[in-house]
Design a protein around this ligand. Structure first.
Ligand code: FMN
Length: 224
């Protein structure tokens, strides 16, 4: 019987080590690893145990290229909307260096963000049955399970909603992959071997996130 404390530590390490990985080597993902990832998705919780998810494994370079192009276009339009509506300026308000800010805006709106799906040896398109109440949450739980298994296997992955944000793109994705009308293309998971280690992206501290009994009263004291 494994020690429970050790298991908790292992679980926390996998959660801490997960990163969005967007650059992959050419090394393929083994069938053994792929099955473990899909199995992790299958075991996710879902409202009423509806299990509304279906997974399409995509390795064909031509299909990956088309999904990459749809992802690039989707991200570019979303970030352009954020730029025009000033949301992006608010997000980067802390960045003083105007040159760096301009470069970040240019990169985000360039059409290159989220195009990396084309370079991942495997993509999993997560599809959800539309008439299931909790489908967005159910599929999200399945995706996170898969991302954690990817990390545990020493692989890298990214959750990519970009090709499915715009309903017109989603229709193109559905046509490309033959997804029936009563299912929604939810998100892509791009998976491969990472080219390099990545630093963690920042997170809000617990004292800003957790309240005691009612909204606004911090549960934890700020760590100085
Ligand atoms: C619902 C959702 C959709 C996402 N879609 C994209 C995407 O389309 N393109 C992308 O590059 N990253 C995408 N990401 C990854 C996030 O940018 C990333 O999780 C976040 O910046 C935190 O970084 P980390 O995952 O390395 O901790 C998505 C993440 C989530 C949860």
């Amino acid at each position: 019987m494994p020690d429970l404390f050790t298991l908790a530590e292992a679980a926390m390490k996998i959660i801490q080590d997960r990163r969005s990985i967007r650059e992959y080597t050419d090394e393929p993902v083994s069938e053994e690893d792929l099955q473990k990832i899909l199995e992790a998705g299958r075991l996710a919780p879902s409202g009423e145990n509806a299990q509304p998810w279906r997974f399409i494994v995509i390795k064909d370079p031509a299909t990956r290229k088309k999904l990459g192009a749809l992802g690039g276009g989707g991200s570019s339009r979303r970030f352009t909307a954020e730029y025009v509506s000033q949301q992006m300026h608010a997000r980067f308000a802390g960045l003083q260096d105007e040159e760096k800010k301009k470069a970040a805006f240019e990169k985000l709106t360039s059409g290159q963000v989220s195009a990396f799906a084309a370079t991942a040896p495997v993509n999993i398109m997560v599809v959800g049955k539309k008439d299931v109440w909790d489908m967005p949450y159910d599929t999200s739980a399945a995706i996170e399970n898969m991302l954690l298994m990817v990390t545990a296997l020493g692989l890298g992955a990214c959750w990519v909603i970009a090709p499915c944000i715009d309903i017109r793109d989603e229709e193109r994705v559905k046509e490309l992959l033959g997804i029936p009308e009563d299912y929604k293309a939810v998100s892509l998971i791009s998976i491969g071997h990472p080219t390099r280690p990545h630093r963690p992206r920042p997170r809000l501290p617990l004292h800003q996130l957790v309240f005691s009994e009612k909204w606004g009263q911090p549960y934890y004291e700020e760590q100085k």
